[in-house]
Write a new protein. Structure first.
Length: 276
């Protein structure tokens, strides 16, 4: 965790912990234990039923004995960065500065590392609060190339994750995201275009367009997050790091013929470089 009394500058501490600088200066609003428990349950239900609206989640919670209204559920979903994933009518205009790009992955054969990357954000519950996780995934190998935690839904921690991945592995040919404001921001778009990366975006509410990242979230939460009640951001960071190390290095994937993401990524890099 950030220690303001330590001689190492706060900015450098954030870099070493892979935390955005905004985390060091953020003062969270206290959240009750009851609200945190409810948010965790909403997160679990959202993973199982990504199409569920606030109204449906309210009804599911009422079946479990929770006396809660639709507006309360909707407020908590906004705070968690969750949205029901279904096609909706065009009810509002986008900000003119936030360009939306077409989805480029439909019917595209993706068989080599660094051809397509994807990223997204998910909610990570803690014992007395919550943080957000952004991860960059290589589509062909399922390898998690970089990730960051933050206690705010700002753009900077997403930029940090992408910059880390590009710095380590070079830019991909295509980068796919959803239409979240972090990924339509001028800063994010500028970073990708600077590296000559083609930008692909999911259709609004089409979670299957980024299905591999959704599967990653499910693995992380059921294999690590839901099994622990992290007391601090540092503990959450250690837990996520532990799980993603296992995910990359040791966890076999049926879609990869029983190989790990690291094996598939490393084994196919020479072919990619030769082809280039």
């Amino acid at each position: 965790m950030i220690d303001r009394t330590y001689t190492l500058p706060v900015v450098r501490q954030c870099q070493l912990l892979k935390l955005p600088r905004s985390t060091a200066y953020y003062h969270p609003t206290p959240v009750s234990a009851a609200a945190l428990a409810l948010m965790r349950r909403i997160d679990e239900l959202h993973l199982r039923h990504p199409f569920a609206s606030a109204r449906m989640l309210r009804d599911l919670l009422r079946q479990e004995g929770q006396a809660i209204g639709r507006r309360h559920v909707a407020t908590l979903m906004r705070r968690m960065g969750l949205e029901a994933l279904y096609r909706k009518p065009h009810l509002s205009r986008r900000h003119p500065a936030h360009r939306i790009y077409p989805y480029l992955l439909r019917d595209l054969a993706i068989s080599r590392p660094n051809h397509v990357w994807a990223t997204d954000i998910t909610y990570i519950p803690m014992a007395r609060g919550f943080v957000y996780l952004c991860a960059v995934l290589d589509w062909a190998s399922r390898r998690v190339l970089a990730w960051r935690l933050s206690n705010t839904l700002t753009t900077d921690f997403c930029l940090d994750a992408v910059q880390d991945a590009v710095g380590r592995y070079g830019p991909p040919e295509i980068f796919n995201t959803d239409q979240g404001c972090q990924f339509t921001s001028l800063e994010y778009m500028g970073l990708l275009t600077h590296h000559g990366i083609q930008i692909s975006m999911d259709g609004k509410g089409c979670w299957r367009d980024n299905v591999l990242v959704e599967r990653l979230w499910k693995s992380i939460k059921y294999e690590e997050v839901y099994l622990h009640a992290y007391e601090t951001v540092s503990a959450a960071h250690q837990g996520v790091e532990r799980n993603l190390t296992f995910y990359n290095q040791s966890r076999p994937h049926r879609a990869l013929d029983g190989k790990t993401p690291d094996q598939v990524y490393d084994d196919n890099l020479p072919a990619r470089l030769t082809a280039a």
